[in-house]
Design a protein around this ligand. Structure first.
Ligand code: FMN
Ligand code: NAG
Ligand code: NAG
Ligand code: NAG
Ligand code: NAG
Ligand code: NAG
Ligand code: NAG
Length: 391
């Protein structure tokens, strides 16, 4: 019974929150961290986390999100291959799974947007509840299970966006296989063909949980076959310039798995363009305080920060800096971002901190990052990449 009433109260609150939120943001508290931290976000945090995410997407979809006043500076421009990022801060996969908020994400200052994970067929994902806020830990646990609208709908949406020039930034598509798929490789290959006219890059996943040696060997072959097929599909595209291929890694890889990956990446047929480090962790021995800490699922946010930065540093060393890295995991400040840059990241992504602090966070991180790069007397952020590993 109380659930029903709560639901009604909540849905009544929906319209007013969007209305008040957008109106106040535009008219009164324009781009002010204080407004989000003290009023809007605490209000939204009374709602169920999945509902508040839905509301945020609706708000972003409405286009009523104030455009950031911060002007990107050349000092933070960085390149990967032919792609020039006007700033190094991107929104990580999972926030805009269906490509509905892309223009707004650009307007509030992200240098690039990664849509997805998208799978061939639309999926509803796991049973609810499937996402949990860990307020005291500045973290989230999610087990959404790849709910999304499927390749076709998301592609059509993004195609319109490009055609009507509502988005001119860099767009990544994070691809995944159907849950019931019997041939995951062909699902990825299809994705590359379907999204070839809108994607600047594709993100492909390797989520290698700990397994026996025998399984490991099989996994290694699997990864090699997957990468070979994906690179071949990309190379076969007639579009120019061709989209880049980034591989997203789990932070829970064993030493052996990391070495396997490094070996595979040396293969001529498996030459990817970048590594995204990292995805969420299933690790829980991180001194978590929140009551939801034992929920199964992927943990993101502050507790992941050091873990992810270490893996960035490790992969940067193992690849001798030959593969550009996109660093992600627990970035809340410019300092956090800079630590990842110095560990070896050319670009940064975030998700969890954005849900805690809202749009003003983006300009704040960029400002701080800019002054940190300046303080170290670098003319451009690219000069700072991997500096810690060269000490
Ligand atoms: C609610 C939620 C959903 C996510 N969904 C996806 C997803 O669909 N695909 C994916 O590759 N990563 C997904 N991620 C992982 C993020 O892209 C990112 O790698 C991770 O959250 C670490 O960054 P953060 O600490 O800044 O959040 C998700 C993260 C969260 C919090
Ligand atoms: C452009 O296309 C997107 C995606 O379909 C849509 O949301 C947006 O309203 C369109 N913008 C204009 C100016 O037509
Ligand atoms: C990631 O890869 C694993 C192992 O191949 C697979 O089970 C999982 O469905 C994939 N997830 C995504 C998002 O592609
Ligand atoms: C995934 O779904 C698509 C769309 O229904 C289908 O064409 C494809 O065969 C599926 N892939 C696999 C390997 O099951
Ligand atoms: C990220 O991690 C989640 C949970 O461990 C997993 O389901 C998903 O397949 C991973 N996605 C990528 C792109 O690695
Ligand atoms: C990974 O290790 C954990 C703990 O050692 C174990 O519970 C889990 O079943 C393992 N996962 C796989 C896929 O082997
Ligand atoms: C790419 O084209 C070659 C030559 O036509 C073909 O053999 C190969 O299967 C194609 N790759 C993919 C993944 O479709």
């Amino acid at each position: 019974m109380s659930g029903g009433i709560l639901k009604k109260i909540r849905s009544g609150a929906i319209a007013s929150i969007i209305g008040i939120g957008a109106f106040s943001a535009v008219n009164i508290y324009y781009d002010k961290q204080k407004f989000y931290d003290q009023i809007l976000i605490p209000t939204i945090q009374y709602l169920d986390p999945e509902l508040s995410h839905k509301l945020t997407i609706l708000w972003f979809k409405s286009g009523l999100v104030p455009k950031s006043q911060y002007k990107d500076t050349p000092i933070l421009v960085n390149k990967i291959k032919h792609l020039s990022f006007r700033n190094p801060l991107g929104i990580a996969a999972g926030f805009d799974k269906n490509g509905e908020a892309v223009s707004s994400l650009e307007n509030i200052g992200f240098g690039f947007v990664e849509v997805g994970t998208v799978t061939p067929k639309a999926q509803t994902g796991n049973d609810k509840p499937r996402v949990f806020r860990l307020l005291e830990d500045k973290a989230i646990i999610n087990r959404y299970g790849l709910n999304n609208d499927g390749y076709e709908i998301v592609h059509t949406r993004l195609q319109k966006l490009k055609q009507n020039k509502s988005f001119n930034g860099i767009l990544g598509i994070n691809l995944g296989p159907n849950e019931t798929s019997e041939n995951t490789i062909s699902d990825y290959v299809n994705g590359i063909t379907v999204f070839s006219d809108v994607a600047d890059y594709f993100a492909i996943n390797v989520s290698c949980p700990n397994t026996s040696n025998l399984k490991n060997l099989k996994k290694k072959e699997n990864l090699k076959n997957l990468l070979t097929a994906v690179i071949s599909a990309r190379n076969n595209l007639t579009i120019e310039p061709k989209p880049l291929i980034f591989l997203k890694l789990s932070p829970d890889l064993t030493k052996e798995e990391k070495n396997d990956i490094i070996k595979i990446l040396k293969d001529k047929m498996c030459q990817i363009d970048g590594l995204i480090i990292s995805n969420t962790t299933v690790e829980r021995s991180l001194n978590l305080k929140s009551s939801s800490a034992s929920e199964p699922g992927g943990l993101s946010g502050l507790p992941l920060k050091e873990h992810s930065t270490k893996l960035i540093a490790e992969m940067f060393k193992l690849t001798k800096g030959s593969i550009p890295i996109i660093g992600v995991g627990g970035v809340f400040t410019g300092q956090d971002a800079y630590e990842k840059v110095k560990a070896g990241a050319s670009l940064i992504q975030l998700y969890t901190s954005f849900t805690f602090h809202g749009p003003p966070l983006i300009a704040n991180i960029k400002k701080e990052l800019q002054s940190l790069v300046n303080d170290d007397n670098y003319g451009n952020i690219a000069e700072a990449v991997g500096k810690d590993s060269k000490k």
